[in-house]
Design a protein around this ligand. Structure first.
Ligand code: NAP
Length: 252
């Protein structure tokens, strides 16, 4: 069977890499967890759903003649990255991490860094009654569920589970990319006092941070979870050069 590249996907960078590799005729399979109801479909072959843990992933890699794996999952998707590391080291398959750089604060920013969503919720509560813009995705919203003092504008791609939400809230379904004027309007229209975000990084969702800066709003920002030491690049172009090299070696 022809050697192929597996992209662990779910990000814009993963789709850009699939475009590059497929454009060059490199056999590529993208893998999605299946969390989003209408995902943006990458170029090339697609599989959807968990593998069933690291051992099952290792078996899947062998069965599908995978010559190289690029872990291009979201910076906050820690479990699949751990799984990829274990499965590839077990099967001797080269692994590369494609991860966009995190955001860094600039002049005028009022950022408070926290370790997780529980700390983020505590930081919000400590500020006193506020109107909060929550852009951390639909997972982990339960950390804010017990907070009746603050009002929340919750933005996510798919509807969150109503049982795990703060009582005083408005849910907006959207997936970006977002613009600076659009985010300024969002903050103004809802009289937002504080923004809560993960350090996802990237240009597609950074406009909210620029809008918060423009309005001098405080931001509570969740640090990325630690990732194991794996060779890492920041751009799809670099990852495509690496993957091409390994497919050539695997097919030779
Ligand atoms: P996670 O906690 O790291 O993964 C949980 C389980 O979901 C994994 O053990 C694996 O199941 C399965 N999984 C995750 N990503 C997968 C993929 N690309 N292909 C196949 N199975 C996958 O991940 P998460 O935080 O729930 O994120 C799920 C997906 O959404 C990721 O692919 C990520 O790129 C994307 N995403 C996440 C965030 C975020 O903030 N976490 C934001 C935007 C996009 P098995 O153990 O059964 O193999």
């Amino acid at each position: 069977m022809t050697a192929r590249v597996l992209i662990l996907a779910g990000t814009a960078e993963a789709r850009a890499l699939a475009d590059l590799l497929c454009g060059d005729g490199i056999p590529t399979i993208s893998s999605l967890a299946g969390r989003v109801s209408r995902p943006r479909v990458p170029a090339g072959e697609l599989r959807v759903g968990g593998f069933g843990g690291p051992e099952a992933l290792a078996a899947w890699l062998a069965l599908h003649s995978i010559a190289a794996v690029v872990d291009a999952t979201h910076p906050f998707a820690a479990q699949i990255s751990r799984s990829a590391r274990q499965a590839t080291s077990h099967g001797g398959v080269p692994l590369l991490r494609l991860e966009r750089p995190g955001w860094t604060s600039g002049r005028g920013d009022r950022w408070t860094w926290v370790s997780d969503l529980t700390e983020a919720a505590a930081a919000v509560r400590a500020r006193g009654p506020a109107r909060v813009f929550l852009t951390t995705g639909r997972q982990g919203l339960a950390a804010f569920a017990g907070d009746a003092a603050n009002w929340y504008l919750i933005r996510c791609v798919d509807p969150p589970h109503a049982a795990a939400l703060p009582r005083r809230r408005l849910v907006v379904l959207d997936r970006g990319p977002y613009t600076f004027p659009g985010e300024c309007a969002m903050l103004a229209d809802h009289a937002i006092d504080v923004l809560v975000t993960k350090d996802s990084g990237g240009r597609l969702t950074e406009a909210k941070l620029l809008a918060a800066r423009a309005r001098s709003l405080p931001v509570v920002i969740v640090r990325r979870p630690p990732h194991a030491e794996v060779p890492t690049v920041a751009t799809p172009a670099e990852a495509s050069v690496w993957a091409r090299r390994h497919v050539a070696a695997g097919s030779g």
